[in-house]
Ligand binder design. Structure first.
Ligand SMILES: [Mn+2]
Length: 432
């Protein structure tokens, strides 16, 4: 509980006014089956509370309260099915709040909490129905501006400017969770390398990944696993996972588990039959060189752009060397000719969300890294099977290599270092 209280205290230092965070409702999958519920990262970060539809109000303007929650009321009909819901009193006690109410009180009380706040910290657009309630409360306060001198929330600020700044720099407990999530990703990727073989299906490799994640205590995968064999590896977000793996295929596996609400996100690309072909190995070595060069840049003070530029420069020089691009590497990058083969950026923040909260720019400049940020490094080269301009031997090859990297005081720590990625290591791990 103390860690969540401390986070709310730190948020209060950043807000002047009121912040509202709310959990989604359980959502319908089909007929009367629901999607598994997963708490909102912002709400969990501040409370550790996992109930759907909960609303947290953090306020610096209320005379007595700083943190208040509204929770689903008890429901006699549902409880035999879902178990008892915690009462507001229990929630107040458990979470160390100043007050807690049933959600049915939200309409009446929201205006009271917003009154006097010149700023409302709230993420518009996540949930239109909830937006309506918040906007209605704001408009009612504005309607009183003739008779009340108290500020009303004329300014609505996205949490990127406040809470997400806190989430971007990880605390000790968060780093420990990221490490554990990285360790289960390592075990899962090794299992995938052992399972992938000509004649097996992509979904059988997916099953091997999921088995490790679940068995090692991940509540769920951090995102739908990608198991892309052969030409499927050139589709960036392929998640069909139905194809039969053929001899001579590369298999690209992009998968991570979510442990204690923290994600891992790792990609490895390996030969199904245990040995790279010549063209596969040449592309692979370019991507590997780029990934190592980019990781080497990660240290306090380096920018996200510098990490990306290091990877991209290495890949474009490699693509020229292999005859996939012709010309001066710097000019090719300036003209964006690389996008044919290297269409995506190199990094994203990693944390509770696999593409974690936090802005990538600061004062119009690429953001400088500071210790305890976590990011992925994941360059890739993808040659479409239909690319008539590419030498035939490279068509249909897709390679991405991705690790999870923590910025440390002296440089970086690769949290997923243990997963094979050198050519010889990979070939060995794939041979059963
Ligand atoms: Mn990623």
């Amino acid at each position: 509980m103390e860690v969540f209280r401390e986070r709310r205290r730190r948020l209060l230092d950043l807000i002047d006014g009121v912040a509202i965070f709310h959990a989604p409702a359980a959502s319908l999958r089909n007929c009367d089956v629901e999607h598994p519920f997963r708490q909102s990262s912002d709400l969990y970060y501040l409370t550790g509370f996992e109930e759907p539809e909960s609303v947290l109000v953090v306020t610096s303007v209320h005379p007595e309260h700083r943190a208040v929650m509204f929770v689903r009321p008890r429901d006699q009909e549902r409880e035999p099915w879902e178990g008892p819901r915690p009462t507001p009193d229990a929630v107040k006690e458990q979470l160390g709040l100043d007050a807690a109410f049933g959600l049915d009180d939200l309409g009446a009380k929201l205006g009271d909490y917003l009154a006097g706040a010149g700023r409302l910290h709230y993420e518009l657009g996540l949930d239109r129905a909830f937006d309506e309630r918040v906007i209605a409360a704001v408009r009612r306060l504005r309607g009183r501006r003739h008779r009340s001198s108290r500020p009303w929330p004329c300014c609505i600020v996205h949490p990127e400017a406040t809470l997400h700044e806190l989430r971007l720099v990880k605390g000790e407990a968060e780093i420990a969770s990221l490490r554990r999530a990285a360790a289960i990703a390592a075990a899962a990727h090794l299992a995938a390398m052992r399972h992938a073989a000509p004649g097996r299906h992509e979904y059988e490799v997916e099953a091997a990944l999921r088995e490790v994640f679940l068995r090692r205590g991940a509540a769920r995968v951090a995102f739908e696993p990608i198991v892309a064999s052969g030409p499927n590896a050139t589709l960036l977000h392929y998640t069909g996972n139905r194809r039969r793996i053929e001899a001579g295929d590369l298999v690209l596996v992009d998968a991570g588990g979510e442990l204690d609400f923290y994600a891992s996100d790792v990609t490895r690309t390996f030969p199904a039959s245990g040995r790279f072909s010549g063209p596969q190995r040449r592309i692979y070595e370019v991507v590997l060189e780029a990934e190592l060069a980019a990781i080497a840049v990660v240290r306090p003070g380096a920018t996200v752009d510098q990490v990306h530029d290091s990877a991209l420069g290495t890949m474009v020089r490699g693509l020229v060397r292999l005859g996939l691009l012709q010309g001066d590497p710097a000019e090719l990058i300036a003209q964006e000719s690389h996008k044919r083969y290297c269409p995506h950026r190199t990094s994203h923040w990693l944390g509770m969300d696999v593409h974690d909260a936090g802005s990538y720019f600061e004062g119009g400049q690429s953001r400088a890294l500071v210790p305890s940020m976590a990011l992925t490094v994941e360059p890739g080269i993808y040659v479409s099977p239909a690319d008539d301009l590419a030498p035939a031997e490279y068509r249909g090859i897709g390679v991405r290599i991705e690790d999870d990297v923590l910025v440390t005081a002296s440089g970086h720590e690769n949290l997923t270092q243990a997963i094979p990625k050198g050519v010889a290591e990979i070939e060995q791990a794939c041979r059963r």
